[in-house]
Design a binder for this molecule. Structure first.
Ligand SMILES: [Zn+2]
Length: 76
């Protein structure tokens, strides 16, 4: 999912306010050090998207990803 700001045309920089509910496997070593080994997103919802350029949150439109367009990697 990508976004576009209708107010200023920004398509690349946004603040995403997202709430996630996750299950995480916390694995503690005997020394008490934590390592999160597994994480499953049970639920997630995007509450707000704010344009980094103009600060607008009302004019953000979700954009469909185009299948054909793929970024070509620089070789050289
Ligand atoms: Zn904007």
């Amino acid at each position: 999912m990508s976004y576009r700001c209708d107010a200023c045309g920004n398509k690349t920089r946004f603040d995403i306010f997202e709430t996630k509910r996750i299950r995480a496997f916390h694995h503690y070593s005997l020394g008490g050090e934590l390592e999160v080994e597994e994480e499953e997103v049970l639920d997630s919802s995007i509450e707000k998207v704010v344009c980094r350029w103009c600060g607008s949150s009302d004019s953000i439109r979700p954009q469909e990803q185009s299948d054909s367009a793929s970024e070509s990697a620089d070789s050289g």
